[in-house]
Design a protein around this ligand. Structure first.
Ligand code: GDP
Ligand code: IMO
Ligand code: MG
Length: 436
C-alpha cells in the first residue's frame, strides 16, 4: 500500500479469479475502494464469519469498517439490480448509504439494453458470445456512440431523456427482430411484453439511487490522493476478456486492464502504485470463445467439482483447464503487474501431478508468446510437476507448505518473472497466506 497512490487489483485470466475475496482481505490497509469498469456482469464472492455474499456492482471493500467505496465513471450501472443488491446488504446489517458514492458519469443500463443484448446474441446465432445478458455491450456501445444516459442525467429532465433513448432502442430491436427466425422472435417478444414490469422496478431503482451521494468521483478521488489517502481499485472480469487485448470478439465491452483504472476513475497514470495481478492455480472460462488449455476429460470435471466452478451471476458451468502461462505472461505485460496473487491452490491439493502450459504449438511451430489468433491451430505444450498431496486449507503460514508446493510456486515465479505475494487456500477471508 502506498499513500497518495492508487493500487489496482485485477484478474489476469477470463474472470472469476477470486477478486472479491482478496479486495475484502486487503481493504483494511486502504482508505478507499473503487470499481472502475464493468457492471452487474461481475459476480464477486466473499466469505467470512460463516456468511457468503455475492457483489455485482458494489465494491468489495464495503464490509471492512467505514471505508468509502466508489462506483466510478467507467462502470455501467443497472438501478434495479443495484437496488436489489444494496437492499439485501442493508437487510443483513450493512448500511451503505453514507459511504457508497456513485459517479455522475457512470452510464445507466436501461431495461431495453438487456433486450438489445439478447437481440444481438440471437442475431449472431452460433457465433454468439455467451454474454451474461445484463445489457453490458449495448450500454457501452451507447456510451461510445454518444447516445448513453448517465447517472447525472437522473438529476434533470430525466423522463424526457429516458423516453428518447428507449424509443431509439425499440427501433433497433424491431429491426433486428424482423430478421430473426420465429423461435428467436418469440423469445424477444416475450421480453418486450414484460418490459413494462421491468421498467417499473427500474424506475423505482432510479429513485432509490438518489438516496446515495452522487458525486464527481474524479475530483473526489484526486482530492483524497492529494491528502495522502490510499486507494484500492477493484477490477471486474479479467484481462483475457478485455475489449482490446482479450480473445476478441469473445470478450466483454470494457477495458479490464490497468489502464482502465485511469479512464474509469479519472486518475493519472503516474498515480498508479502496485498492480496486483490475480490468477487461479488453474484456469476457467464462462461463455463462448477460445480456451487453449481447456480440459474435456475427467480432470476438467474434477477441477469443476472441487472448485465449485459454476458462475456466480448466471449459474452456468465454468469451463476448466490447466494454468496457461503463455496467456498469463501476456496479461502481466499489458497490465504492468508488480505482484501476483494465486487463488484456489487447495483445489489441486489431491492431484498426483499438475500441468502448466509453458508454450503453444501454432500449426506445428512452438511459440512462447500470445499470438493474434488463438481460435484455431493452437496446441498447448505442458510441463508436468509433482503434486503436493496435502490438505493445506487450515495452514496459516508459508512455513507449513510442503516442498512440492514451494517448488510449484518457485516454478511459476520463474516462468512469469513476477513474485507471488499472496496465496489463497480456501474461500474464507481467513484462508489467506501473505508471504514474507
Ligand atoms: P471474482 O469474480 O474474481 O470475485 O471471483 P468469483 O467470486 O466469481 O469466483 C471465485 C470463487 O472461488 C468464489 O466462489 C469464491 O468463494 C471461491 N474462492 C475464492 N478463493 C478461493 C480459494 O482460495 N479456494 C477455494 N476453494 N475457493 C475460493
Ligand atoms: P467477474 O468480475 C467471468 C463473460 C461472459 C461472456 C463475456 C461477455 O465476476 O470476474 P458480457 O455480459 O460482459 O457482455 O459477456 O464475458 N464475463 C465474465 N466471465 N467473470 C466475469 O466477471 C464476467 N463478466 C463477463 O460470460 O463470455
Ligand atoms: Mg465472478
Amino acid at each position: 500500500m502506498n499513500k497518495g497512490k492508487v493500487d489496482v487489483l485485477l484478474g489476469l485470466q477470463w474472470g472469476d479469479e477470486g477478486k472479491g475475496k482478496v479486495v475484502d482481505v486487503l481493504t483494511p490497509k486502504y482508505d478507499v475502494v473503487a470499481r472502475f469498469q464493468g457492471g452487474p456482469n461481475a459476480g464477486h464472492t466473499l466469505e467470512f464469519e460463516g456468511q457468503k455474499y455475492v457483489l455485482r456492482s458494489i465494491p468489495s471493500g464495503i464490509f471492512q469498517g467505514g471505508k468509502v467505496n466508489i462506483i466510478g465513471n467507467g462502470v455501467v450501472l443497472a438501478p434495479d439490480l443495484f437496488m436489489d443488491e444494496a437492499k439485501a446488504l442493508e437487510a443483513s446489517g450493512h448500511d451503505l448509504h453514507a459511504r457508497l458514492h456513485i459517479s455522475k458519469k457512470a452510464h445507466l443500463i436501461m431495461p431495453t439494453h438487456r433486450v438489445l443484448d439478447a437481440a444481438y446474441e440471437a442475431q449472431k446465432g452460433k457465433d454468439k458470445v455467451g454474454t451474461t445478458g445484463k445489457g453490458i455491450g449495448p450500454t457501452y456501445t451507447d456510451k461510445v456512440s454518444r447516445n448513453g444516459l448517465r447517472v447525472g442525467d437522473i438529476l434533470e429532465n430525466f423522463e424526457e431523456k429516458y423516453a428518447k433513448a428507449k424509443a431509439r432502442h425499440l427501433n433497433i430491436i424491431n429491426s433486428i427482430a424482423s430478421n430473426l427466425d420465429e423461435e428467436q422472435r418469440f423469445a424477444l417478444n416475450n421480453q418486450l411484453t414484460t418490459l413494462h414490469k421491468v421498467e417499473k422496478k427500474w424506475l423505482e431503482g432510479v429513485e432509490y439511487l438518489r438516496q446515495f451521494p452522487i458525486v464527481d468521483s474524479e475530483h473526489e478521488l484526486n482530492n483524497l490522493l492529494k491528502s495522502d489517502k490510499s486507494v484500492l481499485c477493484e477490477g471486474a472480469q479479467g484481462t483475457m476478456l478485455d475489449v482490446d487485448f482479450g480473445s476478441y470478439p469473445f470478450v466483454t465491452s470494457s477495458n479490464t486492464i490497468c489502464a482502465g483504472a485511469c479512464t474509469g476513475l479519472g486518475i493519472g497514470p503516474n498515480k498508479i502504485g502496485e498492480v496486483y495481478g490475480i490468477m487461479k492455480a488453474y484456469c476457467t472460462r464462462v461463455g463462448a470463445g477460445p480456451f487453449p488449455t481447456e480440459l474435456f476429460d475427467e480432470t476438467g470435471k474434477t477441477i469443476r467439482d472441487l472448485g465449485h466452478e459454476y458462475g456466480a451471476v448466471t449459474g452456468r458451468e465454468r469451463r476448466c483447464g490447466w494454468i496457461d502461462l503463455v496467456a498469463l505472461r501476456y496479461s502481466i505485460m499489458v497490465n504492468g503487474v508488480t505482484q501476483l496473487i494465486m487463488m484456489k491452490s487447495d483445489v489441486l491439493d489431491g492431484f498426483d501431478t499438475i500441468k502448466a502450459c509453458v508454450a503453444y504449438k501454432q500449426n506445428g511451430t512452438q511459440i512462447d508468446y500470445f499470438p493474434y489468433n488463438i481460435e484455431e491451430g493452437i496446441e498447448p505444450v505442458y510441463e508436468e510437476l509433482p503434486g503436493w498431496k496435502t490438505d493445506m486449507t487450515k495452514f496459516t503460514s508459508e512455513d507449513q507448505f510442503p516442498k512440492e508446493f514451494s517448488d510449484y510456486i518457485a516454478f511459476l515465479e520463474k516462468q512469469l518473472e513476477t513474485p507471488i505475494k499472496i496465496i489463497s487456500i480456501g474461500p474464507d477471508r481467513d484462508q489467506t497466506i501473505v508471504r514474507k
